[in-house]
Design a protein around this ligand. Sequence first.
Ligand SMILES: NC(=O)c1ccc[n+]([C@@H]2O[C@H](COP(=O)([O-])OP(=O)(O)OC[C@H]3O[C@@H](n4cnc5c(N)ncnc54)[C@H](O)[C@@H]3O)[C@@H](O)[C@H]2O)c1
Length: 242
Amino acid sequence: MERLLENKICIITGAAQGIGREIARRFAEDGAIVYACDRQEFTSHNERIHPLVFDITDAAAVKAAMMQVFKAEGRIDVLVNNAGVVFNRKIGMILREETELMFRINVIAVLELIQLVSRLMARNRGGSIVNIASVTAVLGSPGQVAYSATKGAIIAMTKSAAKELAPQGIRVNAVAPGIVKTERFAELYEANGEKIDERISRIALGRLGTPEDIANACSFLASNRASYISGHILGVDGCASI
Ligand SMILES: NC(=O)c1ccc[n+]([C@@H]2O[C@H](COP(=O)([O-])OP(=O)(O)OC[C@H]3O[C@@H](n4cnc5c(N)ncnc54)[C@H](O)[C@@H]3O)[C@@H](O)[C@H]2O)c1
C-alpha cells in the first residue's frame, strides 16, 4: 500500500525539537522528503530529513531557503508552520518586547511563509499548508492573553488563506493542540510547580497530548486523504475544557 506522503516535498519549521521534530519523523516515515527548518543547529540521521538552519523572521534567509528547496526538487507540496514561541504572563506582567517577538515569530513570519510558499505551490497547481495553532486560542487560558492572541490570529489567517488559495488547488488547515508533553512543557509547567493534575482532570481523555498525536493529525491534513478538507481547525486536545 502506498504510504500517506510518498515522495511529497515537505517543509516543516521549528523541527529541531519538540512537536516539529516528531512531525518531521512522522512525515519521513510516511514517505515524505522533509526539509526540517529551525534557527538552532541540529543533525538528523534519517536520510529523508534534511536540516535547514535559518530564522523564520529573516525574510531574506527564508526566501533563499525556499528557493533552494524549489530548485533542488522542482516543487513544494507541503508547508507545516510549526515554529513558535510562548511567554506566559498574567495581564499585569505582560512585556511589550515579548509580545512583539511572539507576533513576529508566531504570526508575521507565518504569514510571509504562506505568501512565499503558496506562490511556489501555485506553479504546480496545488499543495497543502498546515498551521499549528493552540487550544488556548479556542478555549482561552489565564496567563496566555498575548500568546493566545497570536494563535487566534493563526486560526483567522488559516480560514481566509484557505478561501483565497482554493482556486490554486492549495488547501490550508490548522491543528490546535492541547497541552503537549515536550521539552518546553517541562520548562513551563514542571519548573513553575503548576498543578498539572488539575489541568489533566479537565481533559476528557484523561492524559496530556504527545508529539505523536499532533504529528499524526498533521500527516493526515497534509495528505491527499484530506483532499476535500480546507479552512478547518482540527483540535487535537483529548477533548479539553476550560
Ligand atoms: N507544547 C505544547 O503544549 C503546545 C500546545 C499548543 C501549541 N503548541 C505550538 O506547537 C508549536 C511547537 O511547540 P513545541 O512545544 O514543540 O515548542 P518548542 O519550543 O519545543 O519548539 C519550537 C521550535 O521552534 C524553533 N523556533 C522558534 N522560533 C524560531 C524562529 N524564529 N525561526 C526558526 N525556528 C524557530 C525553536 O528553535 C524550536 O526548535 C508551537 O507553534 C507552539 O506554539 C505547543
